[in-house]
Ligand binder design. Sequence first.
Ligand code: PMP
Length: 409
Amino acid sequence: MSKDILSTRADFPILKQTINGLPLVYLDNAATTHKPQSVIDAISRYYSTMNANIHRGNHTLAVQATQAYEDVRKKVATFINAPSSSQVVFTRGTTESINLVAYSFGQAFVKPGDEIIVSQLEHHSNYVPWLLMCQRQGAVFRVLPFDENSELDLQALEKLLNKKTRLVAVNHVSNTLGTVNPVEEIIRIAHAAKVPVLVDGAQAIQHLAHDVQALDADFYAFSGHKMYAPMGVGVLYGKKEWLEQLPPFQSGGEMIDEVTPDSVTFNVLPYKFEAGTPNVADVIGLGAAIDYLNQFNSAELQSYEDELLEYGLGLLRAIPGLTVYGNPRQRSAILPFNIEGIQHYDLGTLLDTKGIAVRTGQHCTQPIMDALHIAGTVRASLAIYNSRDDLDALAKGIDRVVRLIRRQT
Ligand code: PMP
């Protein structure tokens, strides 16, 4: 039987804290999620019982640490249904995963005059690496726009794709608007034009069920810290045929096969992309986070979070003067809004005085802000441990803050 979702709050020690004398209402989960005690314990256990460098030593601790690290690679492969754990590359996070592909793919496959398509809904992490790569390679950076419902225009995608297109980069879920992009459809359209697709899964991995093979994604990137795992660890999944063809991103220890003064050959996958001492402790923490998530039925988890989102959207839409941004057919875990006449930053600061943590600003998505002609938004974002109580507290907090500001102005 799967674990009861309503019992999860107790698993996260940080949520027992008070902020400004009030119980913490944490609604900044798209920025980072908190860690259950089991993840914190796994990291601590690694340092207190195992700490050793991996793949190199043959003493007991080195063998145990290597085994534990490689076990997590298998666990990740099963979690996302990768055909082989050799297609799971550990990185620092989504940003590094995307930089790896932008750098290596650009170097191997992008010539002057070629084109890359990036959506207008992207986080800067899936925008700037492609922009810089296009500048380096003399390629053309094309932007796939979103419409008034904050959905990507798939007809525009078909028109943008042509013989010069080398890759499409798109997120699975927008961190700013919560749009769940039809990545399966996008991949089908791109593949019909023989173009590979990189999917940024940073906001999807913790909310949606995953199957990179069913999706047919060429690359899929995500961060541990947004899925209850530690900061500083992430994953790049890639199809074997692509990973084998890409040159290394970083070089140094462990990624080589043979080195002479005249030549260097590279290690097999995935080690070709893991130069230097990896973040072993946090990879082990990622394994513990996957164990934590595996206790739940993923369909139940998604419907719990979707119901919570609808509840929150209903509460927000009832607040006079409040605009919720975007109206996608499918939205995940993100509530983006502003209140007429109130700066998003002021609203966030005052909500914090009530113990309510939300994010304010551009959310690393200036292209979205420019398209919406706004400076920023307030963003509440959900995780497994949130409940209707948190959203009631948010709505009540907004009401109080708005009254306070209106009294003063
Ligand atoms: N893409 C999306 C959609 C994100 O939300 C984020 C984090 N806010 C990133 C990429 C970057 O992730 P990280 O900072 O963990 O590398």
